[in-house]
Every structure is written in structure tokens, then in C-alpha cells.
Design a protein. Structure first.
Length: 162
């Protein structure tokens, strides 16, 4: 599980704002594979629940990808404006962040209801706990990697490949 979060952090920290899109997609694919393994282990589905669970989960994951894309774009914008941050850009980034967080919460609520209906409230609640735990750990890792916004701070020069 720790490897999942290290890979997630690599995908989402500001440094990935400068990574090639193909590299980001490769990391995203690896993260999805590892996340499925974590969810599979944590969910402890009973026989007969797996097919229904994974169908709903795939739909959730598909919708979540659009929100994650928006979050990555917001992080990229933060990184590209870090050394020249203005009040207007900071306000826009904050507004985008609130919208993304709200949309992610609405999506979890929507899919909790689907898990509840298709499987049971217990399975839905367990999924919600697992999903929120993974998201909270990812968020914590991202926030520990991103420098705090400060006016007039100069970012160090990008590392060069030798």
C-alpha cells in the first residue's frame, strides 16, 4: 500500500507539472492497477458481490478521472505561477480547488448511493471509507510535497538530467 502512495505522490506533485504527458499516463495506469489491488483487499467482498461492485466501481473511476485531470491542471497552474504568484491567480487556484473538492465529494455521494442500491449500505459504507482513506492519504502526500504559497519566493531551478 505504501508503494501506491509513493507512486500517487509522484504523479500529483508539482514536479509532474513539467513531466511529459506520456510519462504521466504511464504513472496513472500503474496507480490505477495498485489502487484496484488495495480496494480488492480492503473490500473483502462476499461471493457474488464482486461483479456488481466492480461494474459500479469502473463507472466511478471513469468519472473520477475527469476530476483528477482538473486537479492536475490546477497543480500545474500553481507550479507554473509559483514564482510570480499574484492575488488574482491565488484566488483562482483556491476557487478551482474548492470546486474540485466539492465535485469529488458529490461524486462519492452519488456512487455511495449506487453501491448501496446495487449491493448494500454496508458495502457502500465500506467502499466510502476505503476511497476516502486513499484520497486523504494522497492529499496529505501531495500537500507535503507542494511548497506553501508565499509572495516573492523564488523556486529553485529545475533539476537537470545528466
Amino acid at each position: 500500500m505504501k508503494k501506491l502512495f509513493v507512486v500517487l505522490a509522484l504523479l500529483l506533485v508539482a514536479k509532474t507539472a513539467y513531466a511529459q504527458e506520456q510519462y504521466v499516463e504511464l504513472l496513472r495506469s500503474d496507480i490505477k492497477t495498485q489502487k484496484v489491488a488495495v480496494v480488492t483487499e480492503a473490500m473483502q467482498l462476499e461471493e457474488g458481490q464482486s461483479e456488481a461492485f466492480w461494474q459500479v466501481y469502473r463507472d466511478y473511476d471513469y468519472e473520477l478521472a475527469a476530476i483528477v485531470d482538473r486537479r492536475i491542471e490546477n497543480i500545474k497552474k500553481y507550479a507554473s505561477n509559483f514564482s510570480s504568484m499574484t492575488d488574482e491567480t491565488a484566488a483562482e487556484l483556491a476557487k478551482n480547488s474548492f470546486k474540485i473538492e466539492g465535485d469529488r465529494a458529490k461524486l462519492r455521494q452519488k456512487y455511495y448511493k449506487k453501491f448501496e442500491k446495487e449491493l448494500s449500505p454496508l458495502v457502500g459504507a465500506r467502499w466510502l471509507m476505503v476511497e476516502r482513506t486513499i484520497n486523504n492519504l494522497m492529499d496529505l502526500q501531495i500537500m507535503t510535497e507542494l511548497p506553501l504559497i508565499q509572495k516573492g519566493w523564488e523556486a529553485p531551478p529545475p533539476e537537470e538530467d545528466n
